[in-house]
Design a protein. Structure first.
Length: 80
């Protein structure tokens, strides 16, 4: 757990772990880890959301200008 525990979260975590232990068979050795899991779950609930992923760079579309097609019209015959 953090060095700087939030007292209200610690109290809630203990209450959650105690309630869980009353309803389920739990060994004494497992109780501290149950308290830690409850605390971490509560901490995750109040954590700020992660920042959104960066937007991809939008580049302008480069449109290749099509070269005019050679149709054979207007060309001078090379053999004349």
């Amino acid at each position: 757990m953090n060095d700087r525990l939030r007292p209200e979260l610690r109290e809630l975590a203990v209450k959650i772990a105690t309630s869980y232990a009353r309803s389920n068979p739990v060994s004494v050795e497992a109780l501290p880890s149950i308290i830690v899991m409850a605390y971490q779950g509560l901490e995750a609930c109040i954590a700020p959301p992660p920042p959104p992923p960066p937007e991809p760079v939008k580049r302008g579309r480069r449109s290749a200008k099509a070269a005019p097609k050679a149709t054979g019209r207007g060309r001078k015959a090379a053999s004349r």
